[in-house]
Write a protein that binds this ligand. Structure first.
Ligand SMILES: [Fe+2]
Length: 308
């Protein structure tokens, strides 16, 4: 019997295969070199043996929100980067963490793959996401998704019960969960996304990158994003060496306040070009929306983030 090899794009691409912008010949050359250099996913298998490489932290946070509805728990994960630099054991640990949050809402921040979206990666994504017990599952796409066959990933997510949000929102009682298009490579329209929230009392926004902060700060109660990887390679203490973009540089990871809005920037989970992380450990986020009157005098009580 002949084995059919998996369908993988090969050869240098000069343009994005998806609808994502900011993809040029240099990116195409780099990806082709890595496709060849990282054959059979050896970097992920090697990195998995480094002590602590597959540990996933929990950023545990809460936000006080108005309204009389029930409290709500959101579990958020970003930058899974299924591919040659992300160990399977790391993803196992991340999804165990998400399930342990017992979330009402699972929110996914994009960059599901590194390099090409393949049928195998799409199947793995759907299988992992399906296992998280959450009533509502939403997702946005990231730059790495939009540079490849993102339709494959969108279909996989939908098969796993996920609503892929592109400047759109879903309602859970008086809470709207909105997802914006990638601010870097997509065509984010924050106004359209906000108008999809209707008369919601509480708004939780999901974006791939912190570049969505200026458009949404003050207009939503919480904003969850990733993309930065906390610099991926950082100095001792977590200070990133290089982060793309001014907003990402200022807010490379952690919990930040902008008036009404609590923005949480996750370091994400997986690996990209460089097959290791330094002082930028993977994390997932648990965000609890707690019904309490907003007290501008008590900002510390309004929002709190703990790393576990
Ligand atoms: Fe990204």
């Amino acid at each position: 019997m002949t084995t059919v090899p998996p369908r993988v794009a090969s050869g240098v691409r000069f343009r994005s295969r998806g609808r994502g912008g900011s993809y040029g010949p240099i990116r195409g050359v780099v990806e082709e070199i890595l496709r060849r250099a990282y054959v059979r996913d050896w970097p992920a298998r090697l990195w998995a043996h480094v002590p602590g490489a597959c540990e996933v932290r929990l950023v545990d946070s809460h936000v006080d929100v108005p309204g009389a509805g029930p409290d709500l728990t959101v579990a958020f994960a970003s930058d899974l980067h299924l591919g040659p630099t992300t160990p399977s054991r790391l993803l196992d640990r991340a999804f165990e963490r998400l399930a342990a949050c017992a979330p009402d809402v699972l929110a996914l921040g994009g960059d599901y793959v590194f390099l090409d979206a393949t049928e195998a990666k799409a199947r793995e994504l759907a299988a992992r996401v399906r296992e998280v017990p959450a009533q509502t599952k939403v997702a946005v796409l990231g730059n790495h998704d939009l540079w490849t066959d993102h339709r494959l990933l969108e279909r996989a997510l939908e098969r796993a019960g996920v609503q892929v949000l592109v400047d759109d929102a879903v309602r859970i009682g008086d809470v709207a969960v909105l997802g914006v298009d990638d601010p870097w490579t997509g065509a984010m329209d924050a106004e359209r996304a906000l108008s999809a929230c209707g008369d919601a009392t509480v708004i939780v926004a999901v974006a791939h990158a912190p570049e969505a902060i200026p458009a949404l700060a003050g207009q939503v109660d919480a904003l969850l994003c990733g993309h930065t990887h906390g610099g991926h390679l950082a100095l001792p203490g977590g200070r990133p060496v290089v982060v793309q973009g001014a907003v990402g540089k200022r807010h490379a990871h952690g919990v930040h306040r902008f008036g009404r809005t609590t923005a949480i920037v996750s370091r994400g989970i997986g690996g990209i070009e460089i097959p290791m992380r330094a002082f930028a450990p993977p994390d997932v986020v648990r965000l609890r929306l707690v019904r309490r009157e907003y007290d501008p005098e008590n900002l510390f009580g309004h929002t709190r983030g703990l790393i576990r």
